[in-house]
Design a protein around this ligand. Structure first.
Ligand code: LLP
Length: 414
């Protein structure tokens, strides 16, 4: 959706003060474009919403791990939520202090745990009892001070979100049941090289209300209560963004204030991803062909499910707007599709756009900064697009990642 950073100025679509067409002359399409200003102001808005509990904000790198984005957020004081050694490595390159990194994930390998612990990563969020023994043994071998662990609780609640991104129901693969958490906490002495300092919950992404989070926090507090040393509660990510004008989402301040009283007395960690970077980014794409298919008017673009998989994977909606602000022109309903050989390669259904669009015209797929490039693939041997960052001043911009080449596609084959 359009916002303070991604909007029309004098009829031309801009990212802050930069006209998209000026970027496109140099980069071509498809290209991801991000507003640092928007990302940083989102970070600040989250900080303000939860200010009463002085949260530690660990940006969830899985949403968008571009080094320039990560670096700017780290510079602004965010820690990092990483789910693989690859993300930890990136976080280091982006300047993150190891102590400000949380390492999460349902299936960390012993090598990844070793890498994290050797480098002094601040927190390990644990989701398997077997993982505890591995951590304990690694730390013993390294002769380090005990590792700080937060057990991830599966609170068995159902989050109000798309079923593919809900994680807190009892049958999900994530976390440990309350019973297992209770059992582990009773047996803490079995792991002399671990400090059980916190609990972690993340019940889903794009949460449309705070109800299930409140239930989860309440349960976590009950489990923590007998252990005064367990003071940290990591409540995960999940703050929602509006993908269309008619999607009603809770205001972040309201979402936070629903939780604040339940968080009193805790050290609070948040792991927002989408809410920081989604609406700071767009994917610019060109129309390759216009084709009439019975009653449907198709615009076939140079972007596809390889560049942005969310519509194909989750039936996710992204607003699609033209480069030049439509005047009073007649509009038409289009199907916006990509060139990939899959029927699900549809970027937008029934998209209302000016009726005279044709090959060469540029469209912007909005709210694509999170889980866009991060989930892009080389399917159909497509090269992944470049990423452009518009600096915090809103005026200067740079290519933070170049377009891949055919050589890049072959580089790892022997
Ligand atoms: N913490 C944990 C443990 C997570 O699993 C996630 C996201 C986050 C934090 C960040 O959540 P956020 O603030 O972004 O909601 N690819 C999907 C979203 C998958 C989210 C996975 N976990 C999408 O495009 O909607």
């Amino acid at each position: 959706m359009l916002n303070d950073s991604i909007q029309y100025q004098s009829g031309i679509l801009c990212c802050d003060s930069v006209a998209l067409k000026d970027i496109l002359i140099q980069t071509g399409t498809p290209v991801y474009i991000y507003s640092l200003k928007r990302a940083l102001s989102n970070l600040e808005r989250i900080r303000q919403a939860f200010a009463a509990v002085h949260p530690h904000i660990h940006y969830s790198a899985k949403a968008n791990a571009n080094l320039a984005v990560l670096g700017a957020l780290v510079q602004a004081g965010a820690g990092v939520d990483a789910v693989s050694a690859g993300e930890i490595h990136r976080a280091f390159l982006a300047g993150a202090d190891p102590a400000d990194i949380v390492f999460a994930g349902v299936g960390k390998t012993p090598n990844e745990l070793g890498y994290a612990l050797e480098h002094g990563v601040g927190w390990i969020n644990v989701e398997n009892v077997g993982e505890l023994q591995i951590i304990n043994d690694i730390v013993a071998g390294l002769g380090r001070t005990p590792a700080r662990v937060a057990l991830r609780l599966n609170p068995d609640v159902s989050a109000n979100t798309h079923h593919h991104i809900a994680t807190g129901h009892g049958t999900a693969k994530f976390g440990l049941s309350a019973e297992v958490v209770r059992g582990v906490l009773k047996q803490q002495a079995d792991y002399p090289h671990i400090r059980f300092d916190g609990l972690h919950i993340h019940i889903g992404s794009q949460l449309h209300d705070s109800r299930a989070t409140r239930q989860a926090v309440q349960l976590a507090r009950e489990l923590m209560a007998p252990y005064p040393d367990i003071r940290t509660l990591n409540i995960g990510g999940g703050l929602p963004v509006a993908y269309s004008p008619d999607e009603t989402i809770p205001d972040w301040n309201d979402f936070a204030s629903d939780l604040l009283s339940l968080l009193e007395g805790c050290e609070v960690i948040l792991e927002p991803g989408r809410s920081i970077i989604a609406d700071a980014g767009l994917l610019a794409t060109s129309v390759l062909y216009r084709k009439q298919q019975n009653e449907h008017t198709l615009l076939i673009t140079d972007s596809s499910m390889a560049e942005l998989i969310r519509p194909a994977l989750y039936e996710a909606h992204h607003e699609i707007v033209p480069l030049f602000q439509p005047t009073e022109k007649d509009s038409l309903s289009y199907e916006i599709v990509g060139p990939v050989c899959e029927s699900s390669d549809v970027l937008g259904h029934n998209v209302s756009l000016p009726d005279d669009l044709r090959a060469g015209d540029v469209l912007a797929i909005l709210t694509a900064g999170a889980y866009g490039m991060a989930m892009a693939s080389n399917y159909n041997q497509r090269v992944r697009p470049p990423e452009v960052v518009v600096s915090e001043d809103g005026k200067s911009w740079f290519i933070a990642r170049r377009r891949e080449t055919w050589d890049d596609l072959l580089r790892t084959e022997l």
